[in-house]
Design a protein around this ligand. Structure first.
Ligand SMILES: Cc1cc2nc3c(=O)[nH]c(=O)nc-3n(C[C@H](O)[C@H](O)[C@H](O)COP(=O)(O)OP(=O)(O)OC[C@H]3O[C@@H](n4cnc5c(N)ncnc54)[C@H](O)[C@@H]3O)c2cc1C
Length: 485
């Protein structure tokens, strides 16, 4: 209840994995006066927007699942994107999230007026909420490369997150710019369909070979009959990924060396041509950039119709891509697998906090939030998968579940009337950032590569401590770090 005896009203922005989770947990907590705002036409976020060939999870699906909605039905170890999207749609429908979601309308503005958030959507709809949960995603706003002449290309041109399925690939000459997980997945998926595939590589990647076996009918039946087995598998995988999450924050960790060796063996044993092998050999440590998980990328790039182009792109012309060695690569389709603006978070939403402070001002030059959840002067506004949180080769679902558990404990303070507003203090954020930056200097992410983990100073904008520490911090909020009014 608020001061006037009304039940707390909550607005959740975004109906991806984190927004669906928020709605389910709000209902469970008895906070039923809420609306989820989703600018898309259905739930699913990342998995609704990315439909490119070969899209799959790169953490095992039995780990990339809500802990309260484990599924016996995953078809493979790393399920394809459309199966993941269907999973989120099913869970959202089963938990009554869909009917509480206002689709097709983006929240464009949120302003704190007299202790309540006043929201405005693109269609002009207005709402007021005591609490806002921003579940607006991290890898959400496509990043387009700044290559001269891109507009002049006469063929089909699209970002991997905006795949144009009306464009036929059969018999086409296709160029893919980028060598992250997405580019690698696309390459493996389409190489046998296209006439020619040119992969434009700026930086070679470490590739971890992981088979992607299908679950048999019997295995799935066994999971269905004994949910204990599912829970056990989820836990085993979580423990395995903890080891990885701990290794990347300790450059001397033996596990990191083992991963590097596995990637190296993959390169040495599976790339036949010594010249190609050298062009595919990274010059930085494994896991400095997000590790690529693929059982068949090296196989795909060695097909006779595939070419790894490393000369560097000079410009794009109407007929294709010109590289710095003076060659033109004639193409019918050009795919930009060039990633996302990973530092946008809630933006471009206009957010105005206490005393007219805007988020844009507060986040200049870079986004910061206490424990990646709360921002001083923006009370009762909480983020899931916000700035500087744990990202990497592990399940963001577990991260969001831990964060939401923490946020709901804060919301409970407001519900019980202990305060009307709460947000992290400026001192707590400054101290958190100081410690985070110091720890970040000792992680694998600063061992000599460029990646989307790095901020404008070249410091990793991620959680730099072992995952165990994240769990501990999320278990219960330290109220001394908060201003309660
Ligand atoms: C290609 C790809 C592969 C990935 N693979 C993995 C993986 O293997 N493992 C893993 O853990 N993570 C992976 N991720 C990260 C993935 O984004 C997260 O796991 C997860 O889906 C994020 O969920 P989310 O709800 O936080 O954000 P999103 O899924 O991005 O959802 C955010 C939602 O908010 C909506 N929204 C945003 N702004 C507004 C607004 N102003 N008003 C209304 N609605 C708004 C968006 O339309 C969207 O539906 C991958 C990401 C990509 C792009």
């Amino acid at each position: 209840m608020d001061e006037e005896g009304r039940p707390l009203r909550v607005a959740v922005i975004g109906a991806g994995m984190a927004g669906i989770l928020s709605a389910i947990k709000l209902i469970e907590a008895g906070l039923t006066d809420f609306t989820v705002y989703e600018k898309g036409d259905r739930v699913g976020g990342t998995w609704r927007e990315n439909t490119y060939p070969g899209l799959s999870c790169d953490v095992p699906s039995h780990l990339y699942s809500y802990s309260f909605a484990l599924s016996p039905d995953w078809s493979r170890r790393f399920a394809p994107g459309e199966e993941i999207e269907a999973y989120f749609e099913r869970v959202a429908a089963e938990h009554g999230v869909v009917e509480r979601t206002r689709f097709g309308d983006a929240v464009v503005r949120a302003e704190l007026i007299d202790g309540r958030w006043h929201l405005t959507t693109a269609s002009g709809h207005q709402d007021e909420a005591d609490i806002v949960i921003a579940a607006t995603g991290v890898l959400h706003h496509p990043r387009y490369p700044d290559i001269p002449g891109l507009d002049a290309f006469d063929g089909a041109l699209f970002h991997s997150a905006r795949w144009d399925h009306s464009v036929p690939l059969e018999g086409a000459r296709v160029g893919v710019i980028g060598t992250g997980s997405t580019a690698v997945q696309i390459t493996s998926a389409i190489v046998d369909r296209v006439a020619r595939l040119s992969l434009f590589q700026r930086t070679a990647q470490w590739v971890m070979p992981q088979e992607n076996p299908a679950y048999t009918v019997e295995e799935r039946a066994a999971f269905r009959e004994d949910p204990g087995k599912l829970a056990e598998l989820h836990q085993t995988l979580a423990d395995m990924f903890d080891v990885f999450a701990n290794a990347v924050v300790d450059t001397e960790a033996p596990e990191l060396r083992m991963i590097e060796q596995a990637c190296l063996d993959n390169l040495e044993q599976n790339v036949r041509d010594p010249v190609l092998r050298e062009r595919l050999r990274p010059t930085y440590r494994a896991a400095c950039k997000r590790l690529i998980i693929s059982p068949d990328f090296y196989d795909a790039i060695q097909r006779p119709n595939a070419e790894l182009v490393t000369a560097g792109i000079e410009r794009v012309e109407s007929r294709g891509v010109c590289t710095k060695d003076g060659r033109r690569h004639d193409l019918d389709v050009l795919v930009l697998a060039t990633g996302f603006h990973a530092d946008a978070f809630m933006r471009p939403m206009e957010i105005v906090g206490r005393g007219g402070t805007t988020l844009e001002q507060t986040w200049d030059p870079r986004p910061e939030a206490y424990l990646s959840i709360s921002i001083p002067d923006f009370p009762n506004l909480f983020m899931l998968n916000g700035p500087n949180g744990p990202v990497g080769n592990f399940s963001l679902i577990e991260v969001a579940e831990l964060q939401l558990g923490y946020i709901l404990q804060l919301v409970e303070r407001v519900r019980r009337g202990e305060c009307r507003e709460l947000c992290a203090s400026a001192e707590a954020l400054a101290e958190f950032e100081r410690a985070r930056e110091e720890a970040a200097r000792h992680t694998v992410w600063v061992t000599g590569c460029q990646s989307w983990y790095l901020d404008d100073r070249g410091l990793p904008a991620v959680w730099p401590w072992p995952f165990r520490q994240f769990r501990e911090r999320m278990a219960a909020p330290d109220l001394a770090a908060y201003e309660l009014t």
